[in-house]
Design a protein around this ligand. Structure first.
Ligand SMILES: Nc1ncnc2c1ncn2[C@@H]1O[C@H](COP(=O)(O)OP(=O)(O)OP(=O)(O)O)[C@@H](O)[C@H]1O
Ligand SMILES: [Mg+2]
Length: 266
């Protein structure tokens, strides 16, 4: 279908882009720099952003940048399972057989973290995604588990990621024990207009486009309708390719973007 019409070797705006092919927007670069800072100082950090801002993608890029002989990445999206499943998952991720009771699991996690750090010289990196779903009790549990207060330095890296209201949630009084220990906080902002154009061209050239398929005006229209949120840009640009192909337009112009917006009900 549209792939052949636009002479593309693959569909451009699909999930699962290799992180080596990231589009380096200002927000992406800054988020990566903050995560690298967290890597240096260790401890807990917070990465928030609106839906489709690029949190999971950025976390994946960070994880891919870590040398596996020095860092052990344990990625958890909170969307599935119960809190106990989550703690069991942490234990399993650290290569142990989970015990039954919660209190035993906590000790197991702490012990395994220390073994990794002190004996194997490997820093465990916990990436907890979609944390807006976390209940307060769970946040409290985290502040207890990841309290290695007696040590001079933190033997772990923990990134908490979620929607922006996560930040407000953490600033509530009862969540202070956790929020006070965050050494890094960052909110991913959307792409600006020029970045949206660069982003689309970047994806198109990765998919083998030899010339501009989107007109400048079309790029501007996509930027304003998506407000610069990468996932929306992906969806809208894909619809533009479909509509452009149906209308047999080699250059996607404002009219095609209008049709695509209508079709998506934006
Ligand atoms: N820097 C980037 N370079 C290339 N693609 C990106 C970049 N940032 C985001 N994307 C694209 O945007 C899509 C949405 O990003 P992602 O899934 O990371 O959003 P999210 O913030 O985790 O959203 P949610 O809150 O819904 O989980 C990704 O599938 C990816 O294709
Ligand atoms: Mg995500």
């Amino acid at each position: 279908m549209y792939k052949a019409f636009y002479s593309l070797s693959r569909e451009p705006f699909v999930k699962g882009l290799k992180t080596a092919d990231s589009f380096v927007s200002a927000a992406f670069a800054e988020a990566r720099a903050r995560l690298d800072y967290l890597k240096k100082v260790k401890g807990m950090g917070l990465l928030v952003g609106e839906p489709g801002a690029g949190k999971t993608f950025t976390l994946r890029a960070f994880a891919d940048s870590l040398n596996p002989s020095l860092y052990k990445v344990i990625y958890f999206p909170l969307s599935t399972g119960t809190v106990m499943d989550f703690f069991r998952g942490l234990v399993t991720g650290l290569g142990e057989e989970p015990k039954f009771r919660k209190v035993d699991l906590f000790h197991q996690i702490q012990k395994a973290v220390l073994t990794f750090y002190q004996e194997r010289k490997i820093t465990p990196v916990f990436i907890l995604d979609e944390m807006q779903l976390a209940k307060d009790l769970f946040l409290h549990d985290l502040s207890i588990i990841f309290n290695f207060g007696m040590d001079s330095e933190n033997p772990f890296i923990l990134v908490i990621s979620g929607l922006p209201y996560m930040q407000d949630k953490l600033s509530l009084n009862h969540n202070r024990p956790l929020s006070q220990r965050l050494v890094m906080r960052y909110k991913i902002e959307p792409l600006n207009k020029d970045e949206v154009a660069g982003y689309i061209r970047h994806y198109m050239s990765l998919a083998g486009a030899k010339h501009d398929v989107f007109s400048d005006v079309a790029l501007g229209a996509i930027a304003s309708h998506s407000r610069g949120w990468p996932r929306l840009v992906n969806n809208l640009a894909t619809h533009c390719l479909l509509c452009g192909y149906q209308a047999k337009k080699e250059l996607i112009d404002e009219e095609v973007v209008r049709l695509a917006i209508q079709e998506m009900g934006l």
